[in-house]
Write a protein that binds this ligand. Structure first.
Ligand code: SF4
Length: 216
């Protein structure tokens, strides 16, 4: 089974609890106003990757970096629910946790009565659901961008966090690639990201800035 992958990060501490691998899928039909990653909307431009290949990459990070789980972001993960459910099932068997974002509200996902969506839900420990709503921008909670989005603790794995969310900060990670590309992931206000890149651009005149904010 194949995934249409936008980006894979073997280690991050900005996309969910603890150390995690993170997988952004390509393609999102929801198209929220103010979305931070509009370049993931199109189904074109992703990299076809098999579930087995992705599993091997993630397990390598588990061995090298000691990650505790994986986060699926988008794009829209539920548009690729069947391969993600299969991947999640293998990872859960290996003891890793699964966190998944969706722009679809949980009620919509459940009411659809789709096997692929139900399968992904049943493998997910922590689901963050709901579209980004620009008029409800709220960065006071970890990992999410607007106040309408919900944390669904679908298993006991992270249920202890339900009353500790206010103690967890939002984080932004910045990486400088060997080719000079600057890659950012995590959560911050759009203006903060813009100012950050303007500032970096001024300090690194001549360095191309070709990759910007990556966020569901
Ligand atoms: S915020 Fe997420 S759900 Fe909304 S358009 Fe962007 S990728 Fe899609």
């Amino acid at each position: 089974m194949l995934l249409n992958l936008h980006r894979f990060l073997p280690l991050t501490e900005a996309e969910g609890p603890g150390k995690r691998a993170c997988l952004w899928v390509q393609g999102c039909p929801i198209r929220c106003e103010g979305c931070g990653v509009p370049w993931t909307w199109s189904k074109d431009g992703g990299k076809e990757t098999s579930v087995d290949e992705m599993y091997e990459e993630i397990m390598k990070s588990y061995q090298v970096n000691g990650i505790e789980g994986v986060t699926f972001l988008g794009g829209e993960p539920f548009e690729q629910a069947a391969p993600l459910a299969e991947l999640a099932k293998k990872l859960k068997r290996a003891g890793l946790s699964i966190m998944c974002f969706s722009g679809y509200p949980f009620e919509t996902l459940k009411a659809a009565n789709r096997k692929d969506w139900d399968d992904l839900i049943s493998e997910t420990d922590l689901l963050i659901d709901g579209p980004f709503v620009k008029s409800k921008l709220d960065l006071s909670r970890p990992w999410v961008g607007s106040s309408n989005q919900h944390y669904r603790f679908l298993t006991n794995r992270y249920s202890h966090l339900e009353y500790e969310l206010h103690t967890l900060p939002n984080r932004l990670e910045i990486r400088l690639g060997q080719d000079g590309r600057i890659m950012v992931n995590g959560m911050a206000a759009p203006d903060t990201i813009k100012d950050l890149f303007l500032d970096i651009g001024k300090k690194q005149s001549g360095t191309p800035i070709t990759s910007k904010k990556l966020r569901d």
